[in-house]
Design a protein around this ligand. Structure first.
Ligand code: PMP
Length: 399
């Protein structure tokens, strides 16, 4: 099997598994085992902070990026006033192609009365910063734009977007938070944690760490309170017994993944070759159609394709039969119409949208793997086309 679904989850790294093994005491317990666990947690936090280039105290460990994103967006609930109800700053602005773990909580907040605006994207899936700026006003509480899209690999203009938000906050004489879901950026492209970015979400399992652990980085002094109440863990920002094993495994994986430069350069080389081959294959288009080999707009770890003549599920099965693991799109949107949300925002034609595939690679993917994939894709399309024409519909066959 050749695994080309790294954006869904990465195979665990041996050093992450080793680091995660053996922690079972509660780090809040005062006995020796508890103190050891607390020390392991502190050292994991420190190491993770080092990999991200932030302060250890700014890291809130969570159960994954879905929780990090929910924690961030739902923080607006802390502004509700017992008598006056919804706050004056009642508006969230999110990108039109965000992951479901941003779009979902935003939709829930909209149901209870908050205002949610979606910043439109161009045909390449990149947020249009001028149109984003036009959505900001004195009611804006938070803007959340992902760093890298998990389906297409587009790298969003985070520095420009965060600067536009900071400028608008100054103009309206208010505060606006800027958050980025950086899950698909960690270990892959430069992290955009510049001065106008206040918070970012991360997930361990996308970089070879354990599943079920993630982090929300929140800049110190950013004016934000969270809704997860209970114990005093994570500085009172996220209550709940800490996942020491997960944190240790996450820190080891993040340490191995950062900085991304060399691995990104290697990925860019093999991805460019795949894009060249795919563009020469009849019946296949890249999404967007003008994505060039070495296109700097995109993460070199993700490629979105369409085989318009075949439904995604058929192509995924035919490739699976030939030994390749690829996804139709985002794993979190599997089996739902939500899968088309991102493609609709990019105005991908319906006949292409029904036949898309996501190929996502990792640091151990080779040029030979991708050559084999390109050949298998060409053969699968040819065979399927042959079968479709060789077997006429039954009523036609009778005449
Ligand atoms: N955001 C993005 C961009 C993702 O790709 C994912 C993983 N599917 C998530 C958030 C959710 O991460 P997790 O699996 O850790 O909840």
């Amino acid at each position: 099997m050749i695994y080309l679904d790294w954006a869904a989850t990465a195979p665990p790294l041996p050093e992450a598994l080793r680091a995660a093994a053996g922690w079972h005491a509660n780090p809040s317990s005062p006995h020796p085992r508890g103190r050891q666990a607390a020390a392991a947690l502190a050292s994991a936090r420190q190491r993770l902070a080092g990999a991200l280039g932030v302060e250890a105290a700014e890291i809130v460990l969570t159960s994954g990026a879905t929780e990090s994103n929910n924690l961030m967006l739902q923080s607006v609930l802390t502004l509700i006033h017992p008598e006056r109800g919804l706050p004056r700053r009642d508006t969230l602005v999110i990108g039109a192609v965000e992951h479901d773990s941003i779009d979902g909580p935003a939709a829930l907040l909209a149901r209870v009365g908050f205002r949610v605006r979606r910043a439109p994207v161009g045909g390449d899936g990149a947020v249009d910063v001028d149109r984003l700026r036009a959505l900001l006003d004195e009611r804006t509480y938070l803007v959340s734009i992902q760093t890298v899209n998990n389906e297409t690999g587009i790298i969003q203009p985070i520095a420009a977007a965060a600067e536009a938000v900071a400028g608008a906050a100054r103009r309206f004489g208010t505060r606006m938070l800027f958050h980025t879901d950086a899950v698909q950026a960690l270990g892959k492209v430069a992290l955009p944690l510049g001065p106008h970015v206040h918070a970012a979400s991360f997930s361990a399992h996308k970089v070879g760490g354990p599943r079920g652990v993630g982090a929300l980085w929140v800049r110190s002094r950013a004016p934000v309170r969270f809704m997860q109440a209970g114990g005093a863990q994570e500085g009172g920002r996220r209550a709940g017994t800490e996942n020491v094993s997960g944190a240790a495994g996450f820190a080891a994986a993040a340490g191995a993944a950062m900085p991304p430069d060399e691995r990104a350069a290697a990925a860019a080389t093999v991805m460019a070759r795949l894009i060249d081959r795919v563009r020469a294959t009849p019946g296949v288009v890249t999404i967007p159609a003008d994505r060039e080999p070495h296109d700097p707009r995109f993460s070199p770890f993700i490629l979105k394709l369409a085989v318009p003549a075949l439904p995604s599920e058929v192509t995924v099965r035919l490739l699976g039969d030939r030994g390749f693991c690829v996804s139709p799109g985002s794993a979190c949107a599997t089996g739902s119409r939500k899968r088309l949300r991102v493609l609709e925002a990019m105005r991908v034609p319906a006949e292409q949208a029904a036949g898309t595939l996501r190929v996502s690679i990792g640091p151990t993917t080779t040029a030979a793997d991708l050559d084999a994939f390109a050949s298998a894709l060409r053969d699968a399309i040819r065979d399927a086309a042959g079968r479709l024409t060789a077997r006429p519909a039954p009523e036609l066959a009778r005449t």
